[in-house]
Design a protein around this ligand. Structure first.
Ligand code: XLS
Ligand code: NI
Ligand code: NI
Length: 445
């Protein structure tokens, strides 16, 4: 272990001790090398720590200033020195946690300069620093992304801005951030359209804005091929917040958008739990839609709060919720370039540096346990067999005749009229299946 400068309460790497352990600084379920099916837990889950909430934030909210103990964020330091300190702290954390990946926004790792050129130079400096840390620790990059929502210039959006000068500025920033991600061997590049939407329809031309967004994404894909970046381009759905309406509303909306702009073979989704909640969906719905449409890329594992209507980004703690999502992910063949990142933040009152460890250990254990339950459900066909039986008729003659266009409305009318159709209903067995899922969640070991 290299210099233990910041997280002195954690002296060693977090280890797996098993479900019987009472050690709060040990994994009870995440056993990186345990084989589940055809891969290890580490290979299935591909955990990534999100730089911004964990290292670039200080616990401030709309009503109050920072509360967390983060010496690398203290005011007054030279911005590049401070960014280097922050990076040392981050890599110390990744290494002690045993996280194989991290992910970042450009502005999380490097300070903005007075000009765009200066910002680029700052990013380049910190990217080279990151490359050294990555080499030393073996930690890899799950994805990079550009922050095009915090600064005043992007108040009216980036790609969907009414002014093409702002589109150009955003394009330049994404180009540079893609270069950085490529340089660091990133497995994916993410676009979350934080302000790609609108606050009021009174001043908004939706048709134009969607065409702009489509062209922006085409440029991103073209550039990816130009530089030979082999990672996946991912869009992260979110229905609103910060804008009132965001175009990347949910998985199904993005699927339609990608087809309209001829991007469906090039772009996949980074699906976040809390964003599904905001869209009025269960997380498993968002994942299942993506899996069935061949669009699953990666996930941001967090959760909302049932009483609060905003993106609270808490660390995941429901094994049941995550088991259902992992079941769909495994059904689709698991992650390819994607993984599980914790786009999750501590509560404002969790002020100790070591709270970051407890949060990630808990989240990783929840995901590991969910993986075990999901894998067993899939192996046993607990849900897939029930589904197959429920739709079995569609594999028969009538189903095939309908789907393959061999019968018309009038033909079906004639068959029903002649009494050769059996429309008697069958149970959907929801409660039986809920009990079954609960048994898998209870019994993992
Ligand atoms: C915000 C988003 C953001 C993205 C990356 O709600 O979740 O954190 O994951 O820009
Ligand atoms: Ni979010
Ligand atoms: Ni996110």
């Amino acid at each position: 272990m290299s210099n233990s400068e910041f997280f002195t309460d954690v002296t060693d790497q977090i280890r797996y001790e098993g479900p019987g352990s009472d050690n709060p600084l040990a994994f009870r379920w995440y056993d990186a090398n345990r084989v589940v099916g055809d891969k290890t837990m580490a290979e299935h889950l591909r955990f990534g720590v999100a730089y911004w909430h964990s290292f670039a934030s200080d616990g401030s909210d709309q009503f109050g200033s920072g509360t967390w103990d983060r010496p690398w964020l203290e005011a007054g330091a030279d911005p590049i020195d401070a960014a280097r300190q922050k990076m040392s702290a981050a890599f110390e954390f990744f290494e002690k946690l045993g996280a194989p990946y991290f992910c970042f926004h450009d502005l999380d790792i490097a300070p903005e300069g007075d000009t765009f050129a200066e910002s680029c130079a700052n990013l380049d400096t910190l990217v080279e620093e990151a490359a050294i840390h990555m080499e030393r620790t073996g930690v890899k990059l799950l994805w990079g992304t550009a922050n095009m929502f915090s600064r005043p210039r992007f108040a009216s959006g980036a790609a969907t801005n009414p002014d093409p000068e702002l589109f150009a500025r955003a394009a330049a920033q994404v180009k540079h951030c893609m270069d950085a991600t490529h340089r660091l061997g990133g497995a994916n590049y993410v676009l979350w359209g934080g302000r790609e939407g609108y606050d009021t329809i009174l001043n908004t031309d939706i048709g134009r804005e969607l065409d702009q967004l489509g062209r922006f994404l085409q440029m991103v894909v073209e550039y990816k091929h130009q530089i030979g970046f082999e990672g996946t381009i991912l869009i992260e759905p979110k229905p609103h917040e910060p804008t009132k309406h965001q175009y990347d509303h949910d998985s199904q909306t993005i699927a339609g958008f990608l087809r309209k702009y001829d991007l469906a073979d090039e772009v996949k989704l980074n699906i976040e739990v809390n964003h599904a909640t905001l869209a009025g969906h269960d997380f498993v719905h968002e994942v299942a839609v993506a899996v069935d449409d061949g669009l699953l890329g990666s996930i941001d594992a967090n959760r909302g709060d049932g009483r609060l209507g905003w993106d609270t980004d808490q660390f995941p703690n429901s094994v049941e919720e995550m088991s259902l999502a992992m079941h769909e992910i495994l059904r689709g063949g698991g992650f390819a370039t994607g993984g599980v990142n914790f786009d999750a933040k501590l509560r404002r009152q969790s002020i100790d540096r070591s709270d970051l460890f407890h949060a990630h250990i808990g989240g990783m254990d929840v995901m590991a346990r969910a993986l075990l339950a999901a894998h067993q459900m899939l192996v046993d066909g607990a849900l897939t067999t029930a589904r197959a039986q429920r739709y079995a008729g569609w594999d028969g003659e009538l189903g095939a005749d309908i789907l393959e266009g061999r019968v018309t409305l009038a033909d079906l009318h004639q068959r029903a009229y002649a009494g050769s159709i059996d429309p008697s209903p069958r149970s959907g067995r929801q409660e039986t299946l809920e009990n079954l899922v609960n048994r898998y969640v209870e019994r993992v070991s």
